[in-house]
Design a binder for this molecule. Sequence first.
Ligand code: GLA
Length: 708
Amino acid sequence: MAAVASLCLNMAAHDRYIAIATDHVSLIYRVGDNGRLYQSYLGPRLTHESDYAGLPGGIEAYLTHGMEDYFEPALHVEHPDGNHSTELKYVSHQVSAAADGSTCTAITLADDQYPTTVRLLLNAYAAQDVIVAHTEIVNADKRPVTLHKYASSLLSMNRSRYFLTEYSGDWASEVNMSESELQFGKKVLDTKLGSRASMFMPSFFQLSLDGHSSETQGDVLVGTLAWTGNYRFTFEVDQNGLLRLISGINPYFSAYQLKAGETFTTPDFIFTYSTQGRGQASRNLHSWARQYRLKNGSGDRMTLLNNWEATFFDFDEQKLVGLMDDAVRLGVDMFLLDDGWFGNKYPRSSDHQGLGDWQETASKLPHKVGYLCEQAAKKGIKFGIWIEPEMVNPKSELYEKHKDWVIHLPNRKEYYFRNQMVLDLSNPQVQDHVFGVVDRLMTAYPQIAFFKWDCNSPITNIFSPYLKDKQSHLYVDYVRGLYKVLERIRAKYPDLPMMLCSGGGGRIDYEALRYFTEFWPSDNTDPVERLYIQYGFSSVYPAKAQCAHVTTWNKEASIKFRVDVASMGKLGFDIKCSDLKDDEIKFCREAIGNYNRLKPVILDGDMYRLVSPYEGNHASTMMVSGGKDRAVVFAFDVNPRYREHLLPVKLQGLDSNRQYRVAEINRIGGWPLGCDGKTYSGEYLMTVGLPLFGTTRLTSHVLELVAM
Ligand code: GLA
């Protein structure tokens, strides 16, 4: 410990500040004369080191329980002697180039009374203005310690006002955006749902600083926790008007014992800071995700036809093969077989039974999945399959054989969410089982080209038969167990595309998306609702990751309106051709052709949210290719008013000096927009704009722009 003190005392003047920087953002720490670490600055990039000395002292960088600061701590450790206080002092820091190309700053802090060490790890992604923060808490004691709080990050900001946008909702009504001003005291966003942690709110937020921000103006910090379980964000405004933001695993019922020599690694808190409003913040995260985080972020995505809405549980081989013909007729890449294909003692004829018994139901699929794979191959399309491997219906053989694998309270009546229970992924045997669901299918049918991985229940009946006297580890160890399984799957099947589903958007975060190529945002596929839902998720997740399917929801909306909305994401269909007229099928086929041609712009381009559906009657979004030579614009009249004052839509992200030829695509009947076939400068399009909105309800337009 003496070494720690001397290092601090001998520190050269230029070491007193530790600056983490991206192209446009600085986060600056200061080592105080007392040896403790403070955060002095977070905001637009400061380029002159000589200015650092003028920065305010700041609050402690990783506030600990038991010391003189009275606000919410980031860390709370119970030491073996019963002392709950920790005082962290700076030991050293290193800056290195991380394997992924980011710059990693690792700051080591230690307590000189107890052998507890904390490493703050901050990876800066310069071009995207994204910083990824996590911590490692090391117990070098010979005895265990208990962690009561273990945040991934604490950030502080000293601004005049703070406006928080949160995204609350529920099944089929996900991510409703609402904004409120933070005042003295705490605002907590958290979840205790376990496996389906994000059912009422996903783990991200937007924080506007000094005043409201818009899509193009204002300082805004957008943050998200990469953890597929209970999370907590605490926003606390103190008596001086300073905001402290603590992000991490929810400590609720999660005291974690760290054995001698063990390290606790917290999940990543990912944030970006934009001085040009929310649009730029989202583009930063989209581009970061595609390049560094999303599974196969730079790769292609398949269009598909899913049978869920078309059949629900009511299908047999013949019906499925008929739907494959529909997939071919529409021109999609893949057929996806959904729930209902498994279980024999208790066939999965409804959501009341069969979950956990992953053998094909003989009466429905006498020739098994292999036959379906062959049929798909014969028709020139790929085959994908639905699983929900973490779950079990009490009415199943799995439950009968392995009740000890089920999270349940041994001495209480069971209660169910969607008639099912959650398997205990803290148990390595259960991890083997879950891995085996994928592995056995892939071994038997290597032609399977896609998995939809569902998760339809939060953790209920919270008790792990495996963890015995360590029950407060369950929420954390469940998630770690899940990651172990996903690691094994990725080690063996690195390129297999997988969709993350949780009855819709009940479970989405950037740690899960290391393993999943895409996610299902909502079971609500009404295109009007989807305008809001896709808009909300686009705050943090790129179009490439958001599955959007055309279904029969909201038949009042034309097939064109439905296809246009779904074409803003990863396009799919969940509909039978018999639900469509011939000209509608022809339209879908052409629209899929357009989509395939424009995928590089829609899925990999920069997204500009031009008109928010929340503003009322219309919505518009555009995507622009990296080289600004191509763009796609989507415009929707949702609920226009009679004699409404309609303004042209000003485009964004184009090159002012280039000329763009505009073509209206995805047309079915009627007249094209006046701009169809015309050429305009980028300057005109961004300054004057195009009249894209009209006064007929549920009308939509898609424009393709090509630079001349
Ligand atoms: C969840 C999914 C749906 C569908 C059903 C099947 O609700 O979100 O898309 O797969 O399960 O039971």
